[in-house]
Design a protein around this ligand. Structure first.
Ligand SMILES: [Zn+2]
Ligand SMILES: [Zn+2]
Length: 140
């Protein structure tokens, strides 16, 4: 895969472009992502926020504590989230990418909340909570 990487919602009103390679591709099993996506497991592609540009005016935001999720105000597709504790980053829903097959997750986050019937037979690292290191280098 080679930058730029593009993506958008399913009606096309929201489009985005990332000018560099992602630094993070992870599954997330947390209940908040499950509510936001409607799917039993989510996956995210993380970029530096200053390497990303949006086009279109349909992007809406929903704030929930430190996390703000964005979605298309017309078709409702979830697009991305930002976390004020990780202010340099933006994480796109893997399914919002135009070439989702290019972004194979390398780890699982929040497996403590994984649905018991969901079996994923890979040997990727599994984190009980977040898979993203905080700026001080710790993984809480
Ligand atoms: Zn849309
Ligand atoms: Zn999550």
């Amino acid at each position: 895969m080679t930058a730029p990487h593009t993506g958008g919602c399913r009606c096309g009103a929201v489009r985005f472009e990332a000018l560099a390679e992602p630094h993070h591709v992870s599954y997330c099993h947390c209940g908040d992502c499950r509510r936001a996506s409607g799917a039993p497991v989510s996956a995210f592609v993380g970029f530096l926020v200053d390497q990303v540009a949006f086009t279109g005016k349909a992007l809406k935001m929903f704030e929930n504590g430190p996390v703000t999720r964005s979605f298309c105000g017309i078709c409702g597709s979830p697009i991305a989230y930002v976390d004020e504790r990780l202010e340099d980053d933006i994480y796109f829903m893997l399914g919002a990418m135009d070439m989702p097959a290019d972004f194979e997750p390398t780890q699982h986050a929040y497996v403590g909340e994984q649905l018991a019937f969901l079996h994923m037979s890979d040997d990727l690292p599994r984190h009980l909570k977040t898979s993203v290191k905080r700026p001080d280098g710790t993984v809480p």
